[in-house]
Design a protein around this ligand. Sequence first.
Ligand SMILES: Nc1ncnc2c1ncn2[C@@H]1O[C@H](COP(=O)(O)OP(=O)(O)OP(=O)(O)O)[C@@H](O)[C@H]1O
Ligand SMILES: [Mg+2]
Ligand SMILES: [Zn+2]
Length: 297
Amino acid sequence: MVGPPGSGKSMLAARLPSILPPLSASELLEVSMIHSIAGKLAGGKLSDRRPYRTPHNSASMAAMVGGGFRARPGEVSLAHNGVLFLDEFPEFTPQALDSLRQPLETGQCVIARANHRVSYPADIQLVAAMNPCRCGMAGQPGHTCARGPRCQSDYQARISGPLLDRIDLRVDVPAVSAADLMAPARAEPSAAVAQRVARARERQRERFAASADPYARTNARCSTAIVETIAEPDPDGLALLRDAANAMHFSARAYHRILRVARTLADLDDRPTVGRIHLAEAIAYRRAGEPATAAAA
Ligand SMILES: Nc1ncnc2c1ncn2[C@@H]1O[C@H](COP(=O)(O)OP(=O)(O)OP(=O)(O)O)[C@@H](O)[C@H]1O
Ligand SMILES: [Mg+2]
Ligand SMILES: [Zn+2]
């Protein structure tokens, strides 16, 4: 989420747990094991709520991916099967940010020691919030950064290209005016959204129970070979995807990630086939909020 100060990014993130689907029994077991190893199973109580971790931007790389004397699990593993929320994303150290790349790709977190390696599960949804620039106001109507265009490009460059390539939904969070707040639009309650999310999850569970990939549980984590079959777009969608791929030079990773997101959008819509509208939305999420420098290139 990219937006100016006070636009509601932290507030939105704090509401996210209210729409997450409950943990399944096997997911709950994995989460409990990790939290138990980390000594964080409060009173031995189990809960079917998804983990939601919010480390501060001063967190060290060891705190993030794990380490220390006993190679304890870090935040990415404590967030396994849940959400890792990083507020003020560019303020994290480059080492901490870099350490996220491998777990985001593989869903595993490897801690290398002198003579052995420890691997913990780290299948997370990363959610991050940031201002568009150092002063926070770049792109606002009538605003010119005192430091010029570099204010934005320098700040956004702290998020490396490879890390950005792993972020599927880039959302602009515009400032809300006082007038907007005084005449609030009717909004869907979180409970209704949570139901839709749970149904989409259930649909995925059924799909993978019947598929050749016994470990897959979600569109996000099934193998790339399977993605191409389960997310095969209709002819209109395929044409759009081909045009967009030519015009925007997607990486291979981006291509498959767009298919995964489009499949999930179709699931949320209760549609058996991925259509043009789902692909258009998935492509738009990948492009929105892209650093001005990359967009111009
Ligand atoms: N869309 C909104 N609807 C209602 N209240 C809002 C909205 N956006 C912001 N607010 C109000 O503004 C406050 C500040 O929002 P929040 O802290 O989430 O901003 P932020 O985007 O995280 O800002 P920063 O970039 O400074 O961290 C919220 O606690 C809430 O009171
Ligand atoms: Mg904030
Ligand atoms: Zn600025």
